[in-house]
Design a protein around this ligand. Structure first.
Ligand code: C5P
Length: 233
């Protein structure tokens, strides 16, 4: 898998997703992120339907439970034939290793598995006062990324601002999947630490996850193509 733009399809209903995806009539079908909202509302059928339309899929369910439960859940997800799925690195290396076992098919193939390090909604204060983690958040993110790499995972979800450091510490092959992307001069919305597609490319992100700059654009296909031009081409 090379560099690509993943479109966060944060819609509440199947109708809305399909109305959105129907706009993409060109040869290149966007790589699609399906999150909890859509998955819990529509179930695995939505994954199969989008896959059948020829899209690659990042299933963003962020699993976090005891190793045995995560292993079993992953063995269900592997049969959905998604391209990337994820979990929380905070679940420990044992959980991540169990997840990989569950995800691996009898023929040895499996979807890519990436880890969430610290959610971007968690800040230094909440880490220190609620989670009782005193270290600087950047160090925690890199340490969790190393744990994920040591457990055999393929990469992490991180801010594009962290992608360079993650590659330095975990190697160039370790994937960085980065949300928080906005066009130059575009609406920032609730994202705080942002980069343009060009900047994300320059710093070495492997995949950018882009939602509203594409889904809420007047011309989503043009916005998607702009993203691909700036990030991939
Ligand atoms: O609309 P926007 O481009 O902000 O969407 C970004 C997507 O990436 C959303 O689906 C959001 O939940 C997800 N995400 C994020 N920040 C993270 C992890 C995931 O924005 N740290």
């Amino acid at each position: 898998m090379g560099k690509d733009v993943i479109v966060a399809c944060d819609f509440a209903s199947a109708e809305q997703v399909f109305a959105f995806l129907d706009r993409f009539t060109g040869e290149k079908k966007p790589f699609v992120k399906i999150g909890m909202e859509l998955y819990y509302a529509q179930g695995p059928a939505i994954v199969r339907e989008i896959k059948a339309r020829g899209h690659k899929i990042f299933l963003d369910l962020k699993l976090h439970d005891i190793p045995n439960t995560v292993k079993k859940a992953m063995s269900v997800l592997r049969d959905l034939d998604v391209d990337i799925c994820n979990l929380h690195a905070a679940g420990t290396k044992a959980m991540m290793e169990a997840a990989l076992e569950g995800l691996t098919r009898p023929d040895g193939t499996r979807p890519r598995l990436i880890a969430v390090t610290q959610l971007t909604s968690t800040d230094q204060t909440s880490m220190e006062t609620e989670l009782l983690i005193p270290q600087p958040i950047d160090e925690v993110v890199l340490h969790y990324a190393k744990n994920a790499r040591d457990a055999g995972l393929d990469g992490v979800v991180c801010s594009p601002l962290e992608a360079g450091k993650v590659h330095d510490v975990c190697g160039a092959q370790f994937l960085t999947v980065t949300p928080g992307v906005r066009f130059a001069g575009g609406d920032v919305g609730d994202q705080k630490r942002i980069m343009t597609p060009e900047q994300a490319k320059a710093i070495g992100s492997d995949y950018i996850v882009v939602g509203r700059p594409i889904t809420a654009a007047e011309d989503p296909v043009a916005a998607y193509e702009r993203c691909v031009r700036e990030f991939v081409d």
